[in-house]
Design a protein around this ligand. Sequence first.
Ligand SMILES: [Zn+2]
Length: 257
Amino acid sequence: MPTFKMEGTVLAKRPFGESDAMVDVLTISRGLETFVARGAFRSRRRLVGGLEPFTRAEFSVYQSRPGKLPLIQDLKVLVSRFALYRNLDDFTRLTDAAAFLMQVLPRGVPEYEVFDLFEALLAAACEGGRADCLTLSFHLRAFSALGWKLDVGACAVCRKMPAIDGPHELDLSSGRIRCPACRSDDPHPPAGLRDRITLSLDQARALSALVLPPRLKAGLEIDARHERFIRTIFHRYMAVHTGVDFAGAPNLTSRGG
Ligand SMILES: [Zn+2]
């Protein structure tokens, strides 16, 4: 069937040829997909508004044969998210989250949990939530959905939430954190130190607070100092799992950190 409909959210739009665009869409039914929009950079085409990042739409696409990028023939905008274009810092954070998904998601495979998480992130940001904090919480939840959970809600050994003053130890290879008590109790600490990060109680608390609320929603706030530190940790964790240097990649730079 060469023509079909797919609902999804635009992650990115890139120029393609003189006036066409390649549009990366996180679809519900087929996960990450790339479509071509003919004449998308010509102002008179009616598709234009529906191709902006974070717009949720129903796309009618035509694929001439397998392996060819589907062409967008028509679209129906379901949710416009113009509110997200007002603040450049917030927009950049959300763009980074979208770029992360484009890097790690397989193509053509539905990822319902990740789709719901990304929608929750955009909805919370539209409601005025702080994108810097929300994207961190989004990343932690996305790591879990992708099967590489960073288990920072509680100590991996005693399962207590961070409460003891002293160095907490996060092991990036296992994704587990240990409180000061369990850290010193361990008679056989792992030999490798390369993927180990030491956190203060306040930093461990800030990290834990990102996964405590059962759902991602507006109102999440953490201290700006912790925000930068945690973003650095996540870049290292993503590098461990993907081999991609997210901190150095264009458009993924952690500003101010
Ligand atoms: Zn413990």
